[in-house]
Design a binder for this molecule. Structure first.
Ligand code: ZN
Length: 134
């Protein structure tokens, strides 16, 4: 079952530059930075109540975020839903005919398990399911 919106992923060219906006203008403390090798991204998280903002900076030209920036520029990249059962959530999407980017969960930031749904199947929004590892 989906429990809440966990975070919004925002693609930026430079976390170092974007951090200043989130910290100084919005007054949000950074919860930490982390490089996720599997996705070739550097991330920085900020908490806004129960929801988080995930800044995403590509660490390579091969990164999906580098491709996103080339195509769209900086901006909202994905919406992430927290689920208590990621396998069941993936199965439900699959059975409903949804195109998946990951049919099995991969390791995301913060040691969470994540899986993405293709925006062609979700009315134009790249969606992520995320769950705490057991
Ligand atoms: Zn995310």
């Amino acid at each position: 079952m989906l429990q809440k919106i966990d975070h919004l992923g925002i693609a930026v060219r430079s976390i170092e530059v974007a951090r200043t906006f989130y910290e100084k203008i919005l007054g949000l403390p950074c919860e930490g930075e982390e490089t996720v090798e599997s996705q070739k991204v550097k991330t920085a998280f900020f908490a806004v109540g129960e929801v988080h903002i995930e800044l995403l900076e590509p660490t390579s030209e091969e990164s999906p975020i580098a491709k996103f920036l080339q195509k769209n520029g900086e901006g909202i990249h994905h919406v992430a839903y927290k689920t208590d059962d990621i396998e069941a959530q993936i199965k439900q999407a699959q059975e409903g005919g949804c195109r998946l980017i990951h049919e099995t969960p991969i390791e995301g930031a913060g040691g969470k398990l994540v899986a993405f749904l293709h925006p062609k199947s979700t009315h134009g929004v790249l969606m992520e399911f995320c769950a705490k590892k057991d």
